[in-house]
Design a protein around this ligand. Sequence first.
Ligand code: COA
Length: 400
Amino acid sequence: MATEQKSPPVQPAHPNDFARGLAGVVAGRTAISSLDGDLRYRGYSIESLASGGDFEEVAFLLLHGELPSQAEHAAFSKRVHASAGSGLPVATMETASSGMHAVIDALRGLAESCPKASPMDALRTGVSMLGQVELDHIPGTREALLAQGERLIGQVPALLAAWMDLSAGRSIDPWPDGSIAKALLQRLTGRTPSAAHVAAFGTTLVLYAEHEFNASTFAARTVVSTGSDMHSGITAAIGALKGPLHGGANEQVLEQLCAIGSADRAEAWVTEQLAAKRVVMGFGHRVYKDGDVRAKLLGKMCRDMVRGTAAESLEDLADRVEQIMLDRKGLKPNLDWPAARIYHALGLPVRVFTPIFVVARMSGWTAHIIEQIGDNRLIRPMSIYCGSPSRDYSGLAHRE
Ligand SMILES: CC(C)(COP(=O)(O)OP(=O)(O)OC[C@H]1O[C@@H](n2cnc3c(N)ncnc32)[C@H](O)[C@@H]1OP(=O)(O)O)[C@@H](O)C(=O)NCCC(=O)NCCS
């Protein structure tokens, strides 16, 4: 049983006594997910959730702590769907009261002046603005936080789809009926997706939904540990996820595969990368040193999905790179490796890959924010000073 030091003594650390990148440091407790050997969300194995659950079911589990009953699932899906549709043209649903109208208007202005801006930046800005227009200043009650989390889970995919329309100079299409997986896939591809494609896309959302104290989740927890609000925590989390060592890796995976081009060029390309001490995106993980269980699950699904299609040649190339990385570095793929290929096979543009990760991880982030607020202590680590020795100040007038 882990023990918690409520008030550890604050002492200067030994000069070499720190973990670079906090590797291996246990920074707190969580009841949301565990990575001890296998990955579990609130006790349920990721294999069972990925094969049996839809994203709404998993998001409910992460936020509320238990799997929903059928009635709870239906009500939750309806609330999330209404939040997605609020502020957008909608045909068939009630709209939730929210600041989406104001945010979409502001994004419209930004899209006109800067249409090439990254959708990740648009989401970070959009969530930050939502906090402002919804007057999210201080953490409320647990019930208020849960409602806020649910609202954000619906609003963020709609903001992403709206930004893609606006930045392409189009008017915003209505938010379609159906699950988040179906509606978002439809909005981002412009086509009604097949049931098989919705299922594959939904599985990626489930796999991306939560992952313990990763960098973006820790950023969100750090922000709200100061007493700040949920939108501020999510804004920080989106900024952290954008980096290529974290969520941004899935976009770079596809760019790298396209740069290699074909399986026969893989050996030379990987050799050049490693010789230049550049990382190969989609490989390695801070916690999983013997492979990422999510990558195994999704890799198999990806190969099954693209068999007999034009995307199959990319799988041959991916297999070749995997083998070379294993032989040369002993490194196995992480989730971003198959996720990028699945998104490509689904016809999604590369620039929405990481934003889709945001859509999924909203469920984990909001759950962690609520958990942090519910049992808070300011997150404030220490550092070892490694700068100049003590020296005396002399005023500007005495310096040339
Ligand atoms: C995820 C990542 C940041 C983890 O970093 P980390 O825990 O600090 O990495 P490790 O300590 O396990 O690295 C061990 C060695 O493998 C190397 N390595 C790790 N991942 C590598 C990769 N993807 N390509 C090439 N080399 C890699 C490191 O450079 C290091 O080499 P060294 O011993 O010669 O210095 C790192 O693996 C990475 O940059 N991967 C690519 C980006 C990516 O896919 N991110 C998504 C993560 S889910």
